[in-house]
Design a protein around this ligand. Structure first.
Ligand code: HSE
Length: 401
């Protein structure tokens, strides 16, 4: 039997406890032996909870327990999670985590410690919730050179944008509904400003190229400026608006960004709605592959964590190689990235806009008056910025088709 310790008994941690108990027998078969939760560390008390008796407030009760060989970290944040994970690995325990902040910032270092200690640090749940994407990148897509990763990586913003698209709702109304449904947090900043997607695309890009992508280097724009009017225009274009995390290699340089984008109804990402996520990967020999599923939520995310625990039990005495060195990957300057742009300006600026974007195609919507909206031709971000200088841009959204 393998004993595990869980650090952080919130939504995901309690989900891990539930999954391990619900699927006890099939998990034991797949792992080769039964898996049992021995201790759970959390500052809170949980009276009446099935795990009540396992709770400790002292992490040392897990760290110093030599019978506990696998630690599940589901606290979130980097402190004290980093210290708990690092000391667990140094003590020769394997760690499975759902913590994207921790993985994005310290992934390379923690993988190296795991390698030195011949143990494992796995983090399937850190990107895409229950969707398998870390293991595929690390194990299944290894014959390929990854050319592009493009994904809807955040369930909360996807729920809000879906609501805006379906109901014609304004951003604030859709956000409040997402909060009432328990999808968006009371302080929704990390999701709606794109920070969560940014950490996730940083992790995926680091894995794709085997080197450290610092999330601070990734251009990040959230969804707070998207309006009901933008959605009307998107509909007129037979498209919708999604928050995309993207990275791609162009002439040997890797470009990464998080920003809302217009997605055509022909794209498989168009139909990824509500809290679902999808990640599209292009390999140089495989071509396109897409991963779709629940990107957030208690049991789907816990399912990914438990799959890591099972892998760690199966690889007790063997480190699973993950190529992710701490060598920094210098990203290409986003200003050099090329694309087309959907732009709205007040009607009185139509002439000025046509002058600087003579090849632009106009987008008309019955419901919206007093504006000139258009899609530019292909140009770099730098060129776009210099052309719009002096124009009163009401909104700009990048076109992804
Ligand atoms: N807040 C995240 C989301 C949770 O909405 O996708 C999963 O990382």
């Amino acid at each position: 039997m393998v004993n595990i310790g869980i650090v952080g008994y919130g939504t995901i941690g309690s989900g891990v406890f539930e999954v391990i108990n619900t699927n006890k027998e099939s998990i034991a078969k797949k792992a080769g032996e039964p898996i049992c939760v021995k201790r759970i560390c959390d500052l809170r008390e949980f009276p009446g909870d099935p795990a009540e008796k396992l709770i400790t407030h002292d992490f040392n009760d897990i760290l110093n327990d030599t019978e506990i060989t696998v630690v599940v970290e589901t606290m979130g944040g980097t402190r004290p999670a980093y210290d708990f994970v690092k000391s667990s690995l140094l003590a020769g325990k394997s760690v499975a985590t759902s913590n994207k902040e921790l993985v994005a910032k310290y992934g390379a270092e923690l993988i190296k410690i795991a390698e030195e200690k011949n143990t494992n640090f796995l983090f399937e749940a850190s990107v895409g919730g229950g969707i398998p994407i870390i293991r595929p990148l690390n194990q299944a897509l290894t014959a390929d050179e990854i050319l592009e990763i493009k994904g809807i990586l955040n369930g909360t913003t996807n729920y809000i944008l879906t609501k805006m698209q379906r109901d014609g709702a304004e951003y604030e109304t859709a956000l409040h509904e997402a909060q009432d449904m328990g999808y968006a947090e009371r302080n929704p900043e990390a999701d709606v400003e794109g920070y969560d997607s940014c950490r996730k695309i940083a992790i995926l890009t680091s894995l794709a190229y085997g080197t450290q992508v610092d999330y601070e280097d990734i251009y990040t724009e959230g969804i707070t400026k998207i309006t009901a009017k933008d959605m009307y225009y998107a509909k007129a274009l037979d498209a919708t608006i999604k928050l995309l995390g993207e990275s791609r290699i162009v002439n040997g340089k890797v470009y990464a960004r998080v920003a809302p984008a217009l997605i055509s109804s022909k794209s498989p990402l168009y139909s990824v709605n509500d809290v679902f996520n999808a990640i599209f990967v292009k390999g140089n020999v495989l071509d396109d592959v897409m991963f779709y599923g629940r990107g957030a939520g208690k049991l789907p995310t816990a399912s990914a964590v438990v799959s890591d625990v099972i892998d760690e039990v199966k690889h007790k005495d063997r480190h699973i190689t993950i190529l992710w060195s701490s060598k920094k990957l210098n990203l290409g300057d986003i200003n050099e990235a090329s694309g087309r742009y959907f732009v709205r300006v007040p009607a009185e600026e139509r002439e000025a806009a046509v002058k600087v974007f003579p090849a632009a195609s106009e987008v008309k919507v019955e419901k919206v008056k007093g504006e000139y909206a258009f899609i530019t031709g292909e140009m770099t971000e730098k060129e776009y910025s210099s052309r719009v200088e002096g124009l009163n841009v009401l909104n700009m959204i990048r076109v992804s088709f």
